[in-house]
Write a new protein. Sequence first.
Length: 301
Amino acid sequence: MRLAMIGLGRMGANMAQRLMKGGHELEVFDPDLAPRKALVEKGAKAADSLAMLVSAMPMPRVVWLMIPAGKITDSTLAELATVLAPGDTVVDGGNSNYKDTQRRAGDFAAKGIAYVDCGTSGGVWGLENGYSLMIGGDAAAVERLRPIFETLAPAKDRGWGRVGPSGAGHFSKMIHNGIEYGLMQAYAEGFSIMEHKKDLELDLRQVAEIWQHGSVVRSWLLDLTAEALKANPSMSGIAPYVSDSGEGRWTVQEAVDLDVPAPVITLALLQRLRSRDEQSFSDRLLAAMRQQFGGHAVRKT
């Protein structure tokens, strides 16, 4: 199958390679010339602009986006809307907010263009292991793209599926990432407790590797944790700053809107925000309060 891909960051480039290995023909575009050249060397064809990319494709065209959520997605889609035609299909494989996806799907439907949202998980390991694909959109449009999804997934019959109408794919991926926040926080806290128990001289890498086999807490995330501890047992050189892509925030907001309690995911998000405050005013104020009512000593910077 022939398709176009826009956005050649690490994940997009890896997906492109997996597609080509699966026998698909690829036209690619990215504002950065380097990843375009790299994929051309692997067999893709590259274009210098979105308009050239679309014009190089036979109709009906399939255009897959792997770009960050937000304004850049809207601006790219606005440009695509001027060069695509009825019968074409757009796939958003990024981490867009599902409400934006529903709006965009409606706009493209009015032009006769199918819009498919594909929540994509697998990170840098997807090229080798395949991707988990949560897909939303018109059932017929998704079925037309079956060969693509079967190639990207870990296997033709697992790891992917249409989960509902427009927005359902990105909504599922949003919740997926919210759960991921909670799992990561639990692992991090558990290993931190063990690291602080100095008198037992625990080898955290060894503990992680034991847990990988037969334990109820075994997971791929634990496998990655074990690899991280093997490479850098003390986490030296790594700043205690944890970013978020926005999906954890959206998950918490959705929980509030639906009156669904989600304390673990919420606290995991708050911990990420806390990690970024090197000069925490709230912590300094807490120390000052303790001094005021109890005469407790205050550490000076």
